[in-house]
Design a protein around this ligand. Sequence first.
Ligand SMILES: [Zn+2]
Length: 251
Amino acid sequence: MKEFGNANHYKVLYSALRFCLPARTKPTQQTILGRKIMKIPFPAITPPPQNTAVEPVSLPAVTEKELSLKFRAGCLALYLVETLGEWTRRRFERIMNEDIWRDWLHHVDLPQPVQPISEEDLVQMRELRAAIYVVVQAVRRGDIPPSAELACINGWAGKAPPPVALDSQGTGLDPYTRVTQHQVLALIARDAVTLLSGPLRDRIRECASTQCPVLFVDRSRRGDRIWCSASCGARLATARYRHRHASSSHC
Ligand SMILES: [Zn+2]
């Protein structure tokens, strides 16, 4: 059996490794117990840079249920804001195409545009939505809203809304006909103007749940609502109960 560790063994080992080593790790010879062996210095290690930044928090994936349309906001303009999930966290889009947009219009009792909805139409809808969100948040903080977002809302609100007409009985509203996407956005922008210029401006809340930053209008009599929906309040109550239960079981 060949002796392990003799000079020839290390020469073979070095010849196999030298192509993998940086130039500065030139092997040197050392004599140990009368034998010359190849000493392969450990390559210098550059210490990793000190990372003082906060570790990024991995956010949970968006579920199918979260992507479904939600109507917790309590007024038209904020229903539109709600179509983008979690503005300050995952920011996921609920209105991804024309079909979902038309479904949303149906749920909020807005007329269906007669023309097909283009990608540009959806982009304009999202611009108006972002403008409403930014202006509402600025007003809630007591700040002056940015002029570009104000101009966006005012621009759409200034467009002609769909005409209204009485039905054949003369006592009801004739369903909208020949409505355009621009007229629909005008209706939403007008609702934002009404909300922000009226008494409900001071009733715009953000849900108290940290996992549900939904903007909603508090229409409660006392004006002390903090949850966007009963399920949000119930979820926190359940979490607190479980936390208390877990704490007491460890005592
Ligand atoms: Zn909520």
